[in-house]
Design a protein around this ligand. Structure first.
Ligand code: ADP
Ligand code: MG
Length: 383
């Protein structure tokens, strides 16, 4: 782009004429003269874009012209003074315009300075903002990272919980299987051996002569010991895994177990059951038996109850077993949530029930006692 200078107003050809005319009129004026004419010429010069030097030149030419045509006699000094006055008056509009320009230049400079200050302030606050944005972005990144780490840890912990649960279930299943085997071995092997020994002892006793009375009484005592052992092993084997459960069913097994409990502890046990419960498969009847067994063990061990009521009833599509005692209560949630349960009693009960898609709840009410509630669904064909 080329820069073009704006066209400078050429001094009007009429201006020197006007200057001369007005100066003459001014000098001819009666005193006191004022500066009106001169200032009028000055304003015209200003609007034509002239400067003080142009006025000076015009003034010089005009005074020369007047000198040749004017009669200054006697009043030369006065004329010179008045002509000088005219000249200074003609300069006034230009001078005023210049002052205004200077003033507006000064204002502009001032405004520029203020703007520069504002710009510097803006730049500073921009830098602060940028720093703040960077800081926040870094903070957000840290939070995002922490969140994703937390999510990963949560997933890991959930996986571990799942694994732990699976292991617990495996242990419970393995336990049941092992108990079955040990029970069978005790019944079939140990008991048979003991019985065999007893038979041998009996034969020995009969064969011994009368003189050997001492030996005979010793043999009889040993026979009684062996009998006691046989009974103990039977009882142990039954508790471990009651054959009745497999052979006769849940209700006979619960009755037999209740008899064993009441024989040892002064406690009344009432059992009410609906016969349809036996339609459950062996594994699920075993679960109900184990839950009842553990619940009764807890009553004996902790409740100081005088009475227990076991009720097995049918619900639509499900079986419900309740074991309610009238003993002292305990804080169920606190015990269940305790991080390091001493035993697997209550937790094992719940695990067993949940393994077969059931639900176990325990309610303990001060002054009333504790109720263990197990509910398991019937499977297709069991109803
Ligand atoms: N029927 C009950 N009456 C009173 N307290 C009970 C009963 N059942 C369980 N508890 C309380 O709950 C605790 C946990 O029971 P459990 O898990 O079976 O473990 P354990 O019997 O080995 O102590 C018991 O120690 C006892 O304080
Ligand atoms: Mg227990």
């Amino acid at each position: 782009m080329s820069l073009t200078t704006p066209p400078q107003p050429a001094p009007s050809t009429d201006l020197p004429v006007l200057y001369l005319k007005e100066l003459r009129a001014h000098l001819a004026q009666k005193k006191p003269a004022n500066g009106d004419r001169a200032q009028g010429v000055g304003r015209a010069a200003l609007s034509d874009g002239l400067v003080a030097l142009d006025i000076a030149l015009m003034h010089e030419k005009a005074t020369e012209a007047l000198a040749s045509s004017f009669d200054f006699t006697g009043k030369l000094d006065d004329s010179r003074a008045r002509s000088g006055f005219f000249f200074t008056q003609a300069l006034i509009p230009l001078e005023a315009a210049q002052r205004a320009t200077r003033e507006s230049n000064r204002l502009l400079r001032q405004r520029n300075d203020t703007l520069r200050l504002h710009a510097a302030e803006l730049a500073r606050s921009n830098r602060r903002l940028l720093r703040e944005i960077a800081r926040r972005e870094a903070g957000e990144a840290t939070i995002r990272k922490a969140k994703s780490q937390y999510a990963a840890l949560l997933v890991e912990s959930q996986t571990m919980q799942g694994k732990l649960r699976q292991l617990t279930r495996q242990i419970i299943s393995a336990q049941e299987e092992e108990r079955k085997q040990i029970s069978r071995e005790l019944h079939d092997e140990v008991v048979q051996t003991l019985v065999g020994i007893n038979v041998q002892l009996a034969a020995l006793g009969k064969g011994a002569s009368a003189g050997k009375r001492d030996i005979r009484s010793k043999i009889a005592r040993t026979q009684r010991l062996v009998e006691q052992s046989v009974n103990a092993v039977h009882r142990f084997a039954r508790e471990l895994r009651p054959a009745v459960l497999d052979d006769l069913g849940l209700i006979p097994a619960l009755l037999a177990h209740s008899k064993i409990v009441t024989a040892r502890k002064k406690l009344k046990i009432r059992l009410t059951a609906f016969a349809g419960v036996e339609k459950l498969d062996n594994a699920r009847r075993t679960v109900l038996f184990r839950v009842a067994q553990e619940a009764l063990t807890n009553v004996v061990r902790h409740a100081r109850a005088t009475c227990v009521e076991i009720v097995i009833r049918e619900l639509p599509g499900a079986v419900r077993m309740e074991i309610a005692d009238n003993g002292k209560s305990f804080p169920v949630q606190a015990v269940l949530k305790s991080r390091a349960p001493k035993r697997l009693g209550l937790i094992g009960m719940r695990e067993r029930i949940e393994m077969i898609d059931g639900v176990l709840t325990v309610d303990s009410v001060p002054g009333t006692g504790t109720t263990v509630n197990a509910q398991i669904p019937f499977q297709a064909g069991e109803r």
